[in-house]
Design a protein around this ligand. Structure first.
Ligand code: FNR
Length: 409
């Protein structure tokens, strides 16, 4: 293997690690660093500009807008948003699993009007669809998270602000005076965890969602292929203010606690005084442990197939977790939700609310705040049709009774 070929396969830190080994079969020798592929890469100082579009967009479905977004975004940014980890198996399975679930049709059911409103952890929403935490919206659009927050506001739903947002959590809160939650990547330094939690509370966030599914990043091949690193120029809004030097603050923020425990999450709950949503639950055992430790909501997620490639689709795991939770706390689910039918199936299997990720960023890329709004409206309107066809006039009415086994279908 020539050096050029080797460099192509192993970019960035992986290549550096490979170079430090002897001349043998490099790929076999290298043990990838914990965050190979994305989680804590160095910044890129190359210029980056997201889209500047500002318009409502016509949506036929949320699969096709991915291709449209690809046309307007830089290769690295699009690759970062769209790809999963490893072989993209879990990413694909998230969507495929929905196609194996069937809805029980109810013709002539007389349902004309549907009420999609829900209340979750004290937040009143017009629909059971929210925006999950996603870092760096500036990759999609120059309005960054402000555009997405405005879109969520316009449809009356909430967005989870990511620890890794380009704008600060305070700037994002200002763009959406409605309900909002904050996602937290737990750092080694508990002082920073406390600082971020206090900032979130002061800015009006009413719940905190620590993410537990991405403590060790599985390689994201597309990012390695593109040598993608987050552009420094897009900003990093939530670096701790207690450390004035940006480089040091950034390093402390990226120094995640990989041996996270329930004690850490209890600390977060105590320090913030806010409900804790455990994001990244993928097993009934973990859900049961979360309940035992007083956590306030279960967020079933595999990071959109961006973390541990090889795990099941979220909707496949949902029924077992719902059985373990027995309605004691709300369940949120994301991963591959692209149509009203997907939302309906997840609600029927026990989710209280679902989140739709990548398509919202594609909408942002194609039309700014108005484009992201179009995506949320599409899902809302699509769900309304499904609810009518299934004869369910409110979200509370949707249950497993509305589904049929394949053999019965
Ligand atoms: C994410 N996700 C994520 N999750 C999290 O807890 N913190 C984060 O900062 C991010 N960042 C992030 C960036 C981008 C570009 C994407 C696409 C996703 C995962 C996200 O919250 C959610 O779990 C998935 O996006 C849901 O899957 P779909 O809807 O994209 O298939």
């Amino acid at each position: 293997m020539t050096m050029m070929r080797r460099d192509f396969l192993l970019s960035g830190t992986l290549a550096a690690a490979a170079m430090s080994t002897t001349n043998g079969p490099v790929l076999a020798q290298v043990s990838p660093p914990a965050d190979a592929g994305m989680q804590q890469p160095a910044y890129s100082t190359a210029p980056y500009e997201g889209s500047k579009a500002n318009q409502k967009i016509k949506i036929i479905n949320l699969i096709e807008i991915e291709q449209e977004a690809q046309k307007v975004l830089p290769v690295g940014g699009y690759g970062y948003i769209s790809s999963g980890s490893g072989a993209n198996f879990t990413r694909g399975e998230n969507m495929a699993a929905f196609t194996r679930i069937f809805i029980d049709p109810q013709p002539m059911n007389g349902t004309e009007k549907v009420d999609m409103s829900v209340e979750i952890l004290g937040s009143k929403l017009t629909m059971p669809i929210i925006v999950p935490p996603m870092g760096s919206h500036g990759l999609a659009h120059v309005s960054k998270e402000e555009g997405t927050a405005k879109a969520a506001r316009a449809v009356g739903t909430l967005m989870l602000t990511s620890t890794q947002s380009n704008l600060s959590m305070e700037e994002i809160a200002a763009a959406n005076p409605g309900p909002k939650w904050f996602q937290l990547y737990y750092m080694k330094d508990r002082g920073i965890v406390r600082e971020l939690a206090q900032r979130a509370k002061a800015a009006g966030y009413t719940a905190i969602a620590p993410t537990i599914d991405n403590l060790f990043g599985y390689p994201r091949e597309e990012n390695i292929r593109n040598d993608f690193r987050p552009p420094r120029s897009l900003g990093k809004g939530n670096v701790p203010r207690s450390i004035p030097d940006f480089a040091k603050a950034d390093a402390a923020m990226n120094d995640r606690k990989r041996d996270l425990t329930w004690d850490d999450l209890e600390f977060l709950k105590k320090e913030s005084g806010l409900p804790i949503i455990v994001k990244g639950v993928l097993s009934p055992k973990v859900a049961a442990a979360a309940l035992k430790r007083g956590m306030d909501a279960i967020y079933i997620s595999n990071h959109g197939g961006r973390a541990f490639d090889g795990v099941q689709a979220t909707v496949s795991i949902l029924p077992r977790i719902a059985d373990a939770v027995e309605g004691r706390v709300p369940i949120i689910l994301d991963g591959g939700v692209r149509r009203g039918t997907d939302v309906f199936k997840a609600l029927a299997l026990g989710a209280n609310v679902v989140a739709c990720g990548r398509p919202v960023l594609y909408g942002l890329a194609l039309g700014g705040a108005l484009g992201a709004q179009s995506v949320l409206e599409y899902l809302r309107d699509n769900l309304a049709v499904v609810m009518r066809l299934a004869g369910t006039s409110s979200v509370a009415e949707i249950s497993r009774e509305n589904l049929v086994q394949e053999a019965e279908a």
